[in-house]
Design a protein. Sequence first.
Lengths: 245, 307
Amino acid sequence: MKKSIIVEDLTKKFGDFTAVDSISFEVYQGEIFGFLGANGAGKTTAIRMLTGLSKPSSGKAMVAGYDVITQREKVKKHIGYMSQKFSLYEDLTVRENIVLYGGIYGLKNKMIKLKSEQMLEELQLKEVSKTLVHSLPLGWKQKLAFSVAVMHEPDIVFLDEPTGGVDPITRRQFWEMIYQAANQGVTVFVTTHYMDEAEYCNRVSIMVDGYIAALDSPGSMKASFNVKSMNDVFLQLVRPEKTAS
Amino acid sequence: MDASKSIVIKQLSKSYDKHVLALDQVGFEVEKGELFGLIGPDGAGKTSLIRILCSLLKPDSGMATLEGWDVVKDYRKIRSNIGYMPGRFSLYQDLSVEENLRFFATIFGTSIQSNYDLIKDIYIQIEPFKKRKAGKLSGGMKQKLALSCALIHRPKVLLLDEPTTGVDAVSRQEFWEMLKQLKEKGITILVSTPYMDEASMCERVALIDNGKILDIASPQQIIDKFDKHLLAVKSEKTYQLINDLRQFENTHSAFPFGEFVHLASKQAIAENDLTEYLQKRGHKDVIIHTIGADIEDCFMDLMTLDR
């Protein structure tokens, strides 16, 4: 199977503090890969290195076939990214956001037009295409942000807590969009605090204090920890002293 | 007025810019010493309601009282008798842990010493870092400091606006354990959260969506009211399974829940019929079992009815 992400001994130090401590893993093309961990475990630092935003202290990583240290700009061109905190411009309209991102990703005008119509149709946002993003419900925003993040047909899309605070129905509709993208061969790299969403991933890794404490399919992970849910796996790994009894 | 009630809310409405109805005739009561959850997604109206309750926002119509005080007329009384923890980090980033706590104690006219017993269990966990600036604390520690500061004047009512949002599963569980201990000390606690699974930590909950209360009851009562049949279904192709289940004739709704898909139907579905249907559509290793609803199933069902 083709590999979308190859990480070897990737490390990031800030002064004396090692935020990411020699992590290694691989992600296959079309895979939904869950990247979990407690607050402060090093997830965000790792994602910043994989997306070419932060330079590793040591180790290496290939993303979409490009080196995150020597080919940072190539990496950025071949990935999509969305986060809970920022993904769209609030004071631009729905259509303006699509056109702006299409331009940033270097799509031709004709293509941007075609894609805009397609996206507005699929997301049922035609009637609000001239509405400022600011006044859309959060769930719509997040669905639009995801579509924008994959409009240049990247090999990989990084999703950083895409569903935080989203209502339970929209949260599931969002995951159906993820499934659909993965079915079409896009690799999905996703972080979440919802442990039920960990179960939707093909494989998950769990980071603790800068290193990867476990990496497997949710089913195998539950079996090896002999627990019923990913929540219990998470608790055992992150706070072993509390769950030992 | 019924003196046993800590919070009374009647027909409360609030709109912004004339168009956005944030709260639509909301009404409920919270008992003294109750741990009450306000559960709903972003944009449901949770923050507007809490800000009205702590007198920071005026309602357009309706009324609310806390411990008998009106949130508009008696705002001074309200402010000195409640503890409020807003959604965003509310402390002074460049004061130390200890300085923040002392500051809040002083403006409420009290001292750390006189109420230390109330916050001891929480504060002791961050005391080793008392000289550190609040801005340099980890997320979990900030949360503990903010809770200590909200409690330092021994409030009768504690209003917490999404204290666990963006917090990992372990820290969320620890936070709820702290709230249960505070409840034992007789404080009324109203806490909002977008995480449906946290409903089970509350004695009663109000489910809120689009500015309207969908239901108010104990988590168990809400689950008991769920009037559909529910099956948990699994096959090795989840995405296709969801689509195929939606086309099954008796299906009311089909949504992924972890490794299973929950299939809700108005009439009971025979497991054999469903297995046969799925096998015809190429699914292997089909697992089906009957399950009870959880709060999230109920919320989604009520939400669909309301919208």
